[in-house]
Design a protein around this ligand. Sequence first.
Ligand code: SAM
Length: 362
Amino acid sequence: MWFACDCRRPWEVTVKAMISVQAAHCSNASGRFAPFPSSHSRCWHQGQREMPAEASESWNSASQVYAPFEAFTGQFTRAAAAEIPSLLSDSASSGPLRIMDVASGTGASTFALCKTLADHCRQKSPKALVVATDFSEAMLKTLTEKFTASSADPEVMASQAAEKEGFLELATQVADAQDLSAFADGTFDAINCSFGIMFPKSPEKVAREFWRLLKPGGVAVVTTWHYNNMPAEILVDLAHVFKGRGRFDQLPLATATEKFGSEAFMRRLFRGDLEDGSDASGSPGSPLWRSRDLQAKFIAGSSYCLPRHMAAMMNKTPLASDLGHWDEDAVEKHLQDHWTGEDGRIVLQGTALVLFARKPIS
Ligand SMILES: C[S@@+](CC[C@H](N)C(=O)[O-])C[C@H]1O[C@@H](n2cnc3c(N)ncnc32)[C@H](O)[C@@H]1O
């Protein structure tokens, strides 16, 4: 219940909350995590703005089928996370590192981050405090289950080991990326956001929240699709075949993904140039990053994905919901017939754009 207690000292209060909830409910192996649930949603309704329920509900349902897609996105997320320690060296203070993973989903990005930070902390810094935030409670619940259960995933295992050794604390918080007001200004050494910024209604608000939350010298690392055949080819192909020729030439998802995959668009977003010049109160919006504080990097990769996983995703993920209901058997058959190689698997290829936005020291 740390929101209700003291919104401006999240770390301290999180630890207290974790301990007290653990005593009341937790029966998992490490007993570290507050079980989700009600405490978080109650907090939202007591003290915070209401969450956009519809959108988070569809992501809740996507959490059940997200794992195979994570296998694809993980390669990009891992590469982006690996950059963070070297970016921290200037900004890190003498205390623990504070890092937020925004729109963390079921943890592919979070555990990649935790592993890389643990390696860093073993050598340089006393400890990393990582908070994973997402507006989907179910996504965070899965993340917690991964962290508290025995696991064969090397990143989860490394995170668990780092926690035991005292190099890492991992907390979660249900929060809309557009309103992270539960966290104090200038709290974070780094903010990571992988494949998340394209979904909130106002990415401008998300960029402003990142600016507010970062310490001077801190850095936001924001990963989007630069090019990805999942929406742009497979979805278009499926829509074309199953939903009627010509109706889906401009898929909302593909269009949105392309926009956020443009370096120029991302730079404008983080400079505050996409805003209309005033904030919600009507006063002129303050500037955000300067061009020289922004750097982009592109990462290409590929991985396998089974047709049945893709088929299961069609009716679960909001990524495909604008296309209506799918016949999963038909989708699987089509993908099997048209997209699989000799080994019976689909190769997903893609390129991610990673934007590094460092907040100037002065
Ligand atoms: C494609 S997943 C990315 C998850 C993870 N970062 C990764 O790399 O695997 C997008 C995530 O964004 C979350 N999300 C969408 N809109 C959001 C919002 N307005 N605030 C917070 N999270 C949001 C969804 O719940 C989902 O977990």
